[in-house]
Ligand binder design. Structure first.
Ligand code: OXD
Length: 329
């Protein structure tokens, strides 16, 4: 069997896969055309169209990430080839840490203290207990469910949302359109961990943002396509309109104040175009914290086990749960 690898660290993957499957011929996408043209399996992260086009005998594609959106939207993707994605594979741990940090950023007022420091201001903020800081997690897949349950274990009331009904221990579960509306109305921090599909594109639009209580915060380590960027900027309001340290007098949700901006801040790791273009106003908004798609890098050791198990099952003709291209995940 020939295995073709395409990723930024393809050589390391090549060494690891060749060691685990000594009978396989393992090549990378930088090998000469004759050496890489007849692959049985492609192990890749965001393979370019030309690479997909030159492969005519692919029997399976192993996606080196949790999201398959880049692959499914690639016009050169050969139809009918099974795609398997990584499920957690060690990504949930770093993702939990990222989301925990972002939630604490708001719950423990680090956004306000950063702003106060710039003004040499010493102004302790009243602590809102975790039990009063409801979090909404949209997307209860392998990673989203772990994030939601980890936060619930730490004492936050956590609402989870999925397309179809789910019951997960420790979470208040919602589903469907009505469930989303109900969740949005009662969370102080909203975490978006949905896949990028035609149904989720722009799901956080002006209406969804308006449904959040005033002073809520948005944390997006999922996909940039989930957020309507113009609506987000509108909900944040002009950079100067409300300083980060103007604390809500009550812990309760308050009615919207229109153009002043009702969103307290956002922590964003994913964008429709990456790197985030220099002209995006998000870069310059003082209540937005931007990270460069680092929330949960794929750890090679964790992923290797799933990659090898999939390749072995494919070779043995055993069934492997694969992506549903129509659903988009
Ligand atoms: C992934 C990602 O989908 O890193 O795994 O974005």
């Amino acid at each position: 069997m020939q295995i073709l690898i395409h990723s930024a660290d393809a050589e390391q993957w090549q060494t690891a896969i060749a060691k685990a499957l000594p009978a396989a011929e393992v090549v990378t996408s930088s090998a000469p055309l004759q050496a890489r043209q007849r692959a049985d399996y492609l192990v890749a992260w965001q393979p370019p169209g030309w690479l997909l086009e030159e492969q005519t005998g692919l029997k399976g594609i192993m996606n080196l990430g949790a999201g398959v959106d880049a692959l499914l939207t690639n016009p050169s993707l050969p139809p009918g080839v099974p795609i398997v994605k990584l499920r957690d594979a060690g990504m949930a741990g770093p993702m939990i840490d990222y989301v925990r940090y972002a939630v604490l950023h708001f719950q423990r007022d680090f956004d306000r203290y950063a702003h106060q420091q710039g003004r040499l201001q010493w102004q302790p903020q009243p602590l809102v207990p975790k039990a009063e800081w409801s979090i909404g997690v949209l997307g209860l897949g392998a990673i989203g469910a772990r994030v939601a349950q980890a936060l619930a274990t730490e004492g936050f009331p956590v609402h989870g949302w999925s397309r179809s009904p789910k019951a997960l221990e420790g979470l208040i579960c919602h589903h469907g359109k009505a469930g989303l509306k109900s969740l949005l109305g009662q969370v102080r921090s909203l975490v978006t961990l949905l896949p990028n599909t035609p149904e989720t594109r722009g799901i956080i639009d002006a209406e969804a943002l308006a449904a959040l209580p005033e002073g809520a915060s948005l944390i997006n380590p999922g996909r940039g396509s989930l957020i309507d960027e113009a609506a987000l900027l509108e909900a944040l309001g002009p950079a100067e309109a409300r300083n980060a340290d103007s604390h809500a007098s009550s812990h309760e949700a308050r009615p919207a104040t229109g153009h002043q901006g009702r969103l307290r801040g956002a922590v964003l790791d994913a964008f429709p175009h990456e790197p985030l273009p220099a002209e995006s106003s998000l870069w310059r908004h003082p209540r937005v914290l931007i990270t460069p798609h680092i929330a949960a890098p794929t750890p090679r050791d964790g992923a290797l086990e799933q990659v090898i198990a999939t390749l072995k099952a494919w070779q043995a003709g055993e069934p492997v749960p694969s992506v549903d291209p129509a659903a988009g995940y």
